[in-house]
Ligand binder design. Structure first.
Ligand code: AMP
Ligand code: MG
Length: 489
């Protein structure tokens, strides 16, 4: 494990042509202090957790003190925002410090989010508010521990510097880690500009560093696009399975590695509603829960279009046509496991869908209902009274339970085994908005950061029972059901 000064930042992105980024130093953050520190993420960069206790830790991760020889930069990209192409975006408030290698042979890019204006800030102030840093910090870790590919979060550094959104808030800097921060929009920007050579350079860069198995293949761009397609399809299936809504699935927020990236007005679904919209700034529901899988494909078609000088139209069509099979394969595997099916297949889709319909009709909590179903008694004649009582419409439950029992009989697992399997796929603890909001309010009003640490600790083990923490598994109280989150962050 290393001390801070032993971290040696690489600078591979600076080897790319200068049109790909702007070198920029973070804007100093006045009187920074540590708000949250995640030892799991410190482990990813071999950083000794006691380094967080240093007096100068906040100086380093606020961007006030740069690592020696670092050449921080903001990355250029474009993107389709809510369906409309915006020719130039870029990191308007994030700065890449460089990348770090760990003992396990992984390489992590380290980005400071909220570290001041860059040439891509447009009219923004380059800052992130404490509220949004806490939300990204908690959710990216929660997703990772749920088994969903995601960027990670190392720490939050706060400051009393005021930042104005709908009202006055305070600034913070989030340090996030990802193997890459390249987005679909990183390719789109050069297509729009007609700089087709740059698209090839960027594709080669991403392939060499992240898809090295294709580097020597003759049809490497096709293989690369195919793999991004497969990963994105799988990611969408993961989001559906955990009930996650991203909220702003613009192509500038789509990771070239198929990771969840750029947490804004996201939300975990509570009461099951396929049309659920988590982002108050998306009244049309373009990015509603049930739209996400097809938006994933739409976004990939934007990427394929941007890569059209590298991958023929016929090949791109074939690749895009592989999206649905990849998606359904992963969806059935994940949802089947949630229902405790031993070897689920597409023939199980009607059972999965009818269960979801039951949840919708009875207005039940998505995650808790799956967890509860682990108690199902498959013996002949069992009434499953306790479970049944959760459904306002008992008859519809009985009908579904009959079909479910028939399906379970095929697997010949005993109830105990099945419950264990289901508990490992149905989280007891998810990051409900009201839980995050409570941690935020304590932080904002009392400078009490203990609830952030407490939540992180719970979300690190979402599938465990965790005695004494049961109240964190409760759906939002009525008073917090209509908590609104918007793009403002
Ligand atoms: P988002 O939807 O949050 O991913 O942001 C879209 C674009 O706006 C990205 O290019 C961001 O870097 C930029 N952006 C968002 N908030 C700010 C801000 N406060 N200051 C500067 N740029 C911002
Ligand atoms: Mg973004």
């Amino acid at each position: 494990m290393k001390k801070l000064q032993q971290l040696h930042f690489g600078k591979r992105y600076t080897k790319l042509p200068e049109h790909f980024y702007s070198k920029i130093r973070p804007t100093p953050l006045p009187a920074p202090y540590l708000v949250a520190f995640n030892r799991d993420a410190a482990g990813l960069i071999d950083l000794h957790e006691e380094e967080a206790l240093r007096d100068d830790f906040a100086e380093h991760f606020s961007g006030n003190r740069l690592p020696p020889h670092a050449e921080p930069l903001a990355m250029l990209y474009a993107g389709h925002q809510f369906g409309h192409f915006v020719p130039q975006l870029g990191d308007g408030r994030a700065i890449l410090l460089g990348e770090l290698d760990n003992q396990a042979g992984e390489r992590w890019e380290i980005q400071l989010k909220g570290s001041g204006v860059t040439p891509y800030s447009r009219r923004g102030d380059g800052r992130a508010v404490l509220r949004s840093c806490i939300r990204e910090y908690l959710c990216s870790e929660a997703m990772h521990h749920l088994g969903v590919p995601s960027s990670r979060a190392l720490c939050i550094i706060g400051s009393d510097e005021p930042v104005y959104r709908e009202s006055a808030e305070t600034a913070a800097v989030l340090t996030r880690l990802s193997p890459s921060h390249v987005r679909f929009g990183s390719f789109e920007v050069f297509f729009y500009r007609g700089q087709f050579d740059h698209i090839r350079v960027l594709a080669d860069f991403v392939i060499d560093h992240h898809y090295p198995e294709y580097a020597k293949a003759e049809n490497k761009y096709k293989l690369f696009l195919g793999e991004v397609t497969r990963r994105t399809a799988q990611l969408m299936a993961h989001w559906q399975a955990v009930g996650f809504c991203h909220g702003v699935m613009n192509t500038d927020n789509m990771s070239i590695l198929g990771l969840t990236l750029d947490y804004g007005p996201y939300g975990f679904m509570e009461t099951f509603d396929p049309g659920h919209i988590c982002n108050h700034s998306d009244p049309q529901g373009r990015y509603a829960y049930d739209q996400q899988p097809q938006v994933g494909l739409w976004n990939l078609s934007c990427l394929a279009y941007a890569m059209s000088k590298l991958v023929s139209e016929t090949d791109a069509d074939t690749i895009l046509a592989s999206y649905a099979p990849h998606y359904y394969e992963q969806y059935v595997a994940l949802m089947g496991a949630k229902l405790g099916l031993f070897k689920p297949g597409t023939e199980d889709l009607p059972l999965i869908y009818s269960w979801l319909e039951l949840l919708q009709q009875n207005q039940l909590d998505y995650s808790n209902s799956f967890r509860m179903l682990g108690e199902f008694d498959a013996h002949e004649g069992a009434l499953n009274q306790k479970l049944r009582d959760h459904f306002a419409d008992r008859a519809s439950f009985d009908a579904w339970a009959k079909a479910y029992r028939m399906r379970l009989l095929q697997d010949q697992q005993d109830d105990g085994q099945r419950k264990q399997h289901m508990d490992a796929h149905n989280p007891k603890y998810i990051l409900r908005n009201y839980l995050a909001q409570h941690a935020i309010e304590l932080a904002e009003t009392e400078r009490d950061y203990s609830e952030i640490a407490n939540l992180l600790e719970i979300l690190r083990r979402p599938f465990d029972e965790q005695v004494g923490m049961e109240r964190y598994a409760e759906p939002a109280p009525l008073s917090a059901r209509h908590l609104l989150v918007s793009c403002s962050s």
